[in-house]
Design a protein around this ligand. Sequence first.
Ligand SMILES: [Zn+2]
Length: 370
Amino acid sequence: MSLNIHNISPLNVIRGEGAWHKSLELITKLCKKPLILGRSSATKRLRTSFKKDLLLKGIQALSLDLHHDCCELDIQKAYKFSKNNNCDAIIAAGGGKVLDAGKLIADLLDINCITVPLSASTCAGWTALSNIYTPDGKFIKDVALKRCPNLLIFDHSIVRTAPPRTLASGIADAVAKWYESSLTSSTSQDGFVQQAVQMARVLRDQLFLNGHNAFKDPLSNSWEIVAEGCALTAGIIGGLGGARCRTAAAHPIHNGLTQLSYKSKPLHGELVGFGLLVQLYLEEKNSNSQLPKQAKSQLINFLSQLNLPISIESISLRNATTNEIYKACEFACKNDSDIHKLPFTINEKDLLEAIQSYKSLPITSNLRLK
Ligand SMILES: [Zn+2]
């Protein structure tokens, strides 16, 4: 076997009700002057209360607001601020893009990193990976980091208050782990990769069983299983399986679709979920098996239950021209794209046809499970 170096998990994970307060003692051991990073005005009060809690423990926390998706501009600004103020840790509190920015800045400065996901929309709080975008949200690249965060704090009482739309988006992103990894990695001889693919299958089953209930009832046991599945388990799968079992077509399609302009921009998982449907269409076209077709209709049912987009119109591309969508396809099909890990060849034209097959898909009542 060739040599493999892994970043499987944060050093410490504190999860459950009141995890933030439980973490304060540990934070005092990790830093004396951290920088709290965040973005959304909706969570500003929460970040201010974090700062107060830290001050009461004698930790001189500073804070800075990011303004865009995880981009060079914001990263440079926070990097300089942190360096000039001799900050000894980053506490990133927010959604996936804030967490990605915080992890990258801590990595560049070689200081401790604490992630506090404020929703279950992605597994970014867990992984040693940051996605870089332009300030207006066009995907550029992902960057592998030296390590996973030192501490991940997943406080149920906080995450539970996030908009249900963020949970739905996280579910789409997490079910993608199975559909993508099983396609690219099911023939791997590496035991870790095989185990990661199986874990992705179990996670998908749990999300299918509990996803709708979790979406409806944040006080349910289903919510705990689903929220942690999206924000934590999906990260373990990426850590254990590594780059090989991470993506097939859904994520490259997401990356391509972010290149387009939106009046109201879809969330990461919303585009990934749509990308999954496109991937299953491509699989159906390129195989004699009935399985992709069945998986596609099962997934359309599931995404519909969660109010997730299942058509070009519902990802806010009603007015996008064929030329514009073709540009997204060109981005998704770049030479170094993971889309070429599919077990069949694919070009921009195939992808355009697959995306356009989801035009005006009627959402009829028989597509919704009772
Ligand atoms: Zn993702």
